[in-house]
Design a protein around this ligand. Structure first.
Ligand code: SF4
Length: 470
């Protein structure tokens, strides 16, 4: 997928003007947040599991080569063929070669953000192989010719009315506003594809080193069906998905569904270990695992290593006021929200994605909800500093921040300016909120009022209440 992250400001403007998108985003992120909060409150061990998961990931990343080596050895021993791709081009070449050598003409695919990174579908289609997305959300956006807009809910930006119109146009189905009816339509069309597919393609939530297993955590049966029905299974995953032991898995299974959709456990947890053995009722004859480096080794060596702890739960997206307002497409690549604002510049290059680290209010909500304790707000700040050192900030921004820092470092000057600003605000606004500020501050009041200035600045009030002389 070609990144267009450099167009974030333009994309965000467009998204803010889209009323249908705003309604869909508000409903979906609100629901996710509510369910997550309930699930976390009902599980007193959440904090402990969070600490443990963070530590497992941290230790694993410190010895990733060792754990990856073990995973490859164990998976190979159980009949899987493991491929490692240095970059997206090599990954596409491997994926197309595997499919062709296995004689595949139709592949069913479940949701995989890693495969989006390498434009997997395009690679197979160029090799003459049909790829059908089997996750409902992915199926919808494939029909619409769009990219996913959320890590766990790819079609979160679409309303049921839009989906009904899409099914009418692309599948010849009658219009309906019933969600079960829409699901039944998709199921009917997909069932034939499952039965005819020569290869099932999946991502991986976890790769377990000591058993060589690929673990899928899903809410739809498509992942399981696509990995056991077709003759060949191809799993595509980033190298950071490895965890050392099967005994580590329960910790992550406690955190992932609660953080993602607010469920205590996902509907399906599939542990796929090697090819079908004699006597097995189901399972693929051939299993290929495509491991993606695609920039991860470079991240591993640097100061942003901990971003590789991400388990793609989507909680940081739902809690982010910027994501809530503009949705996933505005971020211009596979990953959106706070994780996208950090990961995209690291994977595609900071100059290509320069606006993203600024696409945050730094409210800290993303860091608070992250189940593996990635310091997202710190990384966003660090990336802003990198932008400055790489010459990606405008002279106006640099001068503005220098002026701001100069004032903030001098308490006396800050208080004097607060007094002047308070007097001016009182004089011009008479204590009322401001509805429209002049340029260059007009953007601030485009969608909300500027709050009324207090009669006394906070610092003065604080001192008075504590009995300190100002
Ligand atoms: S950064 Fe944390 S909260 Fe965001 S998707 Fe990854 S694991 Fe979830």
């Amino acid at each position: 997928m070609q990144p267009t992250a450099h167009l974030f400001p333009r994309n965000a403007q467009k998204a803010l003007a889209d009323k249908t998108l705003q309604a869909a985003l508000g409903r979906a992120t609100g629901r996710f947040l509510h369910h997550r909060a309930e699930a976390v409150a009902a599980f007193p061990g959440f904090g402990e599991a969070r600490e443990r998961a963070s530590e497992i990931k941290r230790q694993t990343l410190a010895q990733l080569d060792h754990h990856l080596g073990r995973f490859i050895e164990e998976a190979s021993r159980r009949g899987a063929v493991v491929h490692v791709a240095r970059d997206a081009a090599q990954a596409r070449e491997i994926a197309a070669r595997v499919a062709k050598e296995e004689g595949v003409t139709l592949a069913v695919k479940s949701k995989s953000m890693a495969s989006e990174e390498i434009s997997f579908n395009v690679a197979l289609q160029e090799a003459g192989i049909e790829v059908v997305e089997s996750d409902l959300g992915e199926y919808i956006i494939q029909l619409a010719g769009e990219a996913p807009s959320h890590i766990i809910a790819p079609a979160v930006h679409k309303t049921r009315e839009e989906i009904s119109r899409l099914f009418e146009r692309k599948l010849g189905e009658p219009p309906t506003d019933s969600i079960p009816a829409l699901v039944a339509m998709a199921r009917r069309h997909l069932r034939a594809k499952f039965l005819g597919a020569g290869m099932g393609v999946s991502g991986a939530n976890f790769l377990v080193a000591d058993t060589g297993s690929v673990v899928l955590v899903t809410n739809e049966g498509n992942g399981r069906m696509g990995t056991v029905l077709p003759r060949v299974h191809l799993a595509v995953a980033g190298i950071e998905k490895v965890i050392p032991r099967m005994s580590d898995l329960p910790t992550f299974l406690r955190l992932l569904p609660r953080s993602a959709s607010g469920q205590p456990l996902s509907s399906y947890v599939s542990v796929l270990t090697g090819t079908r053995r004699e006597g097995d009722a189901e399972g693929p004859e051939k299993m290929h695992i495509l491991l993606l480096d695609c920039g991860r080794s470079a991240i591993l060596e640097g100061k942003y290593r901990e971003v590789l702890k991400c388990i793609r739960c989507g909680a940081c997206l739902n809690s982010c006021p910027v994501y809530q307002s503009v949705g996933g497409h505005a971020y211009g690549w596979v990953y959106s929200g706070p994780i996208g604002a950090v990961l995209t510049p690291l994977l595609v290059g900071l100059p290509e994605a320069a606006p993203l680290p600024d696409a945050s209010t730094l409210c800290g909500a993303c860091g608070e909800v992250c189940p593996v304790k990635i310091p997202l707000p710190d990384f966003l700040l660090e990336l802003r500093a990198d932008m400055r050192s790489q010459g990606l900030k405008t002279p106006g921004e640099i001068a503005g921040m220098k002026g701001y820092a100069g004032v903030m470092k001098r308490a006396g000057l800050l208080e004097a300016l607060e007094r002047v600003a308070g007097l001016l605000a009182q004089f011009f606004t008479k204590g009322k909120p401001v509805e429209g500020l002049p340029y260059p501050f007009s953007g601030w009041t485009e969608r909300r009022d500027f709050p009324a200035a207090a009669a006394q600045p906070f610092r003065k009030l604080w001192k008075t209440r504590r009995g300190v002389q100002g």
